[in-house]
Every structure is written in C-alpha cells, then in structure tokens.
Design a protein around this ligand. Structure first.
Ligand code: NAD
Length: 245
C-alpha cells in the first residue's frame, strides 16, 4: 500500500533537509528509493534506501544516479531533482566563479538528472519528475543574484520539459518552497547579512513562519503520485502565501 507503492524513485540531495524528508516520506508511501548525494557519510545514515554518492553536476555521476535505478529495479518511475547549494550573495559581492559554481550544481545538475531520467522513463513508458525550485525561482529577492537565476533554471526546465514530453507520458512539475527550516537556514542566521535577510523574508511569508522539510515533502509526494495525473508544467508554491502577495 501507499501512494507510491513499488514506484522506483531517484531523489537527489537526499542526505539532508528537504531531500532527506522526501526520502523518508517516499519510503513510508511504499516507494523504492535511490538516494543520491555528494555526502556519502550522511547518506549512509538513511535507512532503507539504495545510496548513490556523486555530484549531480558531473555527467557520469548524474547518469549513474539514474542507471542505478534501472539496474536494480528495471525501470525509473519518479525523479525528484532536488540537490542544490544556496548562497546568499548580492551581485556586488559575487564573482563570476560563484555564478559558475551555483549554475553547475543547481542548473546543470538539474538539467543532467532530468535528461538521464527522461531517457530512462521513455524506455519504461512514462514517469513523473518533480524539480525543487524556490520562491527565488519565481519572484525577485535581495541577496539572490546568483541563487535566484539558478532556481529560474528549475522553473524553466519544468515548463519546457513538461510541454515536450507530455505526449510520452512524462509529467514534469516543480515545487517552489518558501524559506524552509533546514541546516542551511540555521547557518544563514550567523552569516554576514544573513539575519537581516531572514528577517525580511520572514515578513514576506503571510503565515508568519518558515516551513518545514516535511511540508515540502508532502507536496512532492502529491506531484510525484498518480493523484496528480493531469498536472504537468505546474510550479506549486509551498510558501505560506509568499508568492500570493
Ligand atoms: P540542504 O543543504 O539541507 O540539502 C541539500 C543537499 O544537496 C545536501 O545533502 C548536499 O550534500 C546535497 N548536494 C549539494 N551539492 C550537491 C551536488 N553537487 N551533487 C549532489 N548532491 C549535492 O538544503 P535544502 O534546504 O534541503 O535544499 C534542497 C533544495 O531545496 C535545493 O534545491 C534548494 O535550492 C531548495 N530550496 C530550499 C529552501 C530552503 O529555504 N531551505 C527554499 C527553497 C528551495
């Protein structure tokens, strides 16, 4: 039983935060979970998954995350393209190298994992992809000159891939989380400019609080599952009303 019973699912960035909560939730929904992350040690603390250590921005690693699913279980049903790095940088602080690094992980990594997932899904008759975008991938914010454009890649890939592959039975959607209480946010509280940034974005959330990784995982389960069978190309805010303003 479960809403993802026997579905073969790859989740990237699964060692921490939103990805980890999603992996735990997918397991409870009956999924077979391939959990991919750069951090192999943390991945090893996640029980019940097939772990794959690798860097989504590297071709051979991204390919291996997907082929592990096909080799182990014979097909791929779901990709949650979630791995990402979240720098808080203004354009005056950032260098070209910061832009390249973040685009490599949040942009190229999402592109590559989607590419290999779609190739695998075509071979097994369809599937569902959920990309983790952000409120920063839909609207403008301060201190997001590098991260913001990278999250627009997630939003853009979602729409373009949804249109192209719909007729092949592949749905592509995104969640756009508001600020979510993860270790990344805890770290931002002590970074230069971090407290001011967080205070400002917290005021932007009409519900008056940040979200939890589990609240994002619930939306990802819905989009990944057959309950969302007529939904593709959607960017679902999970943001306490942030984008409704
Ligand atoms: P997190 O740092 O807790 O988790 C991210 C995970 O990705 C980590 O386990 C990290 O090791 C992994 N990772 C980083 N680079 C990688 C790479 N090159 N290859 C493979 N794995 C890599 O962060 P999180 O808050 O859970 O973020 C997850 C996703 O959610 C990101 O795409 C982020 O942009 C998005 N998001 C987060 C928030 C938030 O407020 N936390 C808000 C909106 C969107």
């Amino acid at each position: 039983a479960g809403r993802l019973a026997d579905r073969v699912c790859v989740i990237t960035g699964a060692a921490s935060g939103i990805g980890r909560a999603t992996a735990e939730r997918f397991l409870r929904e009956g999924a077979r979970v391939i959990a991919a992350d750069l951090d192999g040690d943390r991945l090893a603390t996640l029980e019940g998954v097939v772990p794959v250590t690798g860097d989504v921005s590297r071709d051979q690693d991204a390919r291996r995350m997907i082929t592990t699913a096909v080799d182990r279980f014979g097909r791929l049903d779901v990709l949650v393209a979630n791995a990402g790095v979240i720098p808080l940088l203004s354009v005056t602080e950032a260098e070209g190298s910061d832009f390249d690094r973040v685009m490599a992980v949040d942009g190229r990594g999402m592109f590559l994992t989607c590419k290999y997932a779609i190739e695998a899904m075509l071979a097994s008759g369809g599937g569902s992809i959920v990309c983790t975008s952000s409120i920063s991938g839909v609207a403008g914010q301060a201190r997001q000159a590098v991260y913001g454009p990278a999250k627009f890649v997630a939003t853009g890939l979602t729409k373009h891939l949804a249109v192209e592959w719909a007729e092949h039975g592949i749905r592509v959607n995104a969640v756009a989380p508001g600020t979510i209480e993860t270790e990344r946010v805890a770290a931002a509280r002590v970074e230069p400019g971090g407290p001011e940034y967080l205070a400002e974005v917290e005021r932007g959330h009409p519900m008056g609080r940040f979200g939890t990784p589990e609240e994002v995982a619930s939306a990802i389960v819905f989009l990944a599952s057959e309950e969302a069978s007529f939904i593709t190309g959607a960017i679902l805010p999970v943001d306490g009303g942030y984008l409704a303003r």
